[in-house]
Design a protein around this ligand. Structure first.
Ligand SMILES: Cc1cc2nc3c(=O)[nH]c(=O)nc-3n(C[C@H](O)[C@H](O)[C@H](O)COP(=O)(O)OP(=O)(O)OC[C@H]3O[C@@H](n4cnc5c(N)ncnc54)[C@H](O)[C@@H]3O)c2cc1C
Length: 451
């Protein structure tokens, strides 16, 4: 590879805006154990493959590329701390098949659902291999998910989900009021549907421990934003003080991928928010059911997701908000926290006065048509991004498959992902922002007691 001059004499052809800092750390990150040793980039560097972004997509792209090319140098950079990104801020459901009522033909689209399931199971298998073969500790819990309804319209949504599962030949079980009360200790829910196959994990623990377990040929630099790029042979990536020369790049920067010159005006930046209690005392634990841990998905997608974790905390997620320029504020986090408190009051009125120890938000990147970025975007430039709501299992599969594509492999997942719809251009920003605000506000109100 020809060695260009040092970074100080070069300017990037494209200036890249790096991510905003989050106003609050996530509860998962605060409870994820020792920090990773922080190694920002301290000198110019060369590699065969640069991966940008240490979320579900990027971490698994780096792992897979390095496994397949054990003699190649791989650099993984992240603008922030791995585990405190959207991936580490999520609710930790590695979902085999999500209920997607946003998709009008969800029940009828058997082929689409089968392919989605196939891709997600590939992601779950890769996560499992990290746990079983690499010893990644993450509170792995294969108990499945409870789609839980508190209202008649919630029960109707569960029936629609059950029809889709029937068409796929998936096993599931109805959980009636008494049983869901025994599991959760809450009288809030009237019915639930248990779907096995989803894994509950501690997302920040997984991401940090999987980073520690990456193959030896991966070098990780956190707090290392890419702020400029010149694509070529090699590609030049600029950090604030240094330069990375890379033959190939895999960009897994969620909505920020648009800042790297691709899919401009297609990312719809939406934040969702969560709060975590302190560990419950023995007396308090008596009020939250008989299980060590559980995960409840709301029957209405605008309802509240709940986790009880093995360290005896409750986690609540709700509220979607348009995030202008991918940024959220303390005020947004505080406003959402009020809704998480309402959700807590509704479910465990005898307990909810304990409030929360931490509250945070995280970015979901949506596309107007539900499309996702995946594949070769330009010569030796690969990308995987835009989770459209769920990204643990799917993001892992996307990251693994895009690395396989980058080394010239084929696979059934690659064939599926090649056919997937790509993000379309969104309406002009003021229209999109207004539209998202109106729709999320209306659907949140309509979700009623599912929140
Ligand atoms: C509160 C919440 C709950 C959720 N719950 C679930 C759930 O239970 N199950 C599920 O499947 N999904 C869930 N999601 C969605 C899931 O978190 C996302 O789909 C997933 O994190 C997307 O992963 P990613 O790798 O694409 O992006 P990210 O995790 O956003 O990673 C992108 C990375 O790129 C880095 N980056 C961006 N630009 C640059 C740059 N210029 N230079 C260097 N680095 C850069 C960022 O710092 C970031 O770390 C949830 C999301 C939230 C916010």
């Amino acid at each position: 590879m020809a060695r260009p001059a040092r970074s100080s004499t070069l300017t990037p052809r494209l200036v890249v805006t790096p991510p905003h800092a989050e106003p609050t750390p996530s509860g998962w990150y605060l409870t994820s154990g020792p920090e990773l040793p922080l190694v920002p980039l301290k000198a110019d560097a060369d590699c065969e493959c640069l991966v940008v972004g240490g979320g579900w997509m990027g971490l698994h792209a780096a792992r897979r590329y390095a496994e397949l090319r054990p003699d190649a140098s791989v650099i993984l950079v992240d603008a922030g701390r791995i585990g405190d990104n959207a991936s580490g801020r999520c609710m930790g459901f590695a979902i085999d098949l999500a209920h997607n009522p946003r998709k009008k033909d969800f029940v009828e689209d058997v082929r689409g659902n089968r392919e989605e399931l196939f891709v997600n199971l590939e992601g779950i298998a890769y996560l499992r291999s990290a746990v079983e073969e690499l010893g990644v500790e993450c509170d792995w819990d294969p108990q499945g998910k409870y789609h839980s309804a508190a209202t008649a319209h919630g029960v109707a949504a569960l029936l629609s989900l059950s029809r889709a599962l029937d068409k796929l030949g998936q096993s599931y079980r109805w959980v009636e009021r008494e049983e869901i009360r025994a599991i959760t200790g809450s009288s809030h829910y009237v019915r639930a549907l248990h779907h096995p196959g989803t894994i509950l994990i501690h997302p920040a623990k997984y991401l940090k421990n999987a980073t520690r377990a990456l193959p030896k040929n991966v070098t990780v630099h956190e707090n290392t934003p890419i702020v400029g790029v010149s694509y070529g042979e090699p590609h030049l990536f600029f950090t604030p003080n240094h330069l990375i020369r890379a033959e190939k790049v895999i960009i897994c920067a969620a909505g920020y991928l648009t800042k790297f010159g691709f899919y401009d005006h297609s990312a719809i930046p939406v934040y969702t928010f969560a709060s975590m209690t302190r560990p419950l005392t023995d007396a308090e634990l008596a009020q939250v059911g008989e299980r060590d841990a559980f995960g409840l998905i709301p029957a209405d997608s605008f309802g509240t997701t709940v986790r009880k974790t093995r360290d005896n905390r409750l986690f609540f997620r709700n509220v979607y908000a348009y995030a202008t320029d991918f940024e959220t504020t303390m005020e947004d986090v505080a406003a959402a926290r009020k809704h998480q408190q309402i959700a807590f009051d509704r479910r465990w009125p005898g307990l909810s006065s304990i409030g929360f120890e931490a509250s945070w938000g995280g970015l979901l990147t949506l596309a107007q048509n539900g499309g996702m970025v995946w594949g070769e975007l330009a010569p030796n430039v690969y990308g995987a991004a835009f989770c459209n709501g769920t990204g643990v299992a799917r993001g892992t599969a996307f990251g693994k498959a895009v690395a396989e594509l980058a080394v010239g492999k084929t696979s059934p997942v690659i064939e599926i992902l090649k056919r997937r719809r790509r993000p379309n251009r969104a309406f002009p920003r003021p229209i999109t922002a207004l539209g998202v605000r109106l729709v999320t506000g209306w659907r949140f109100m309509r979700a009623g007691a599912e929140v």
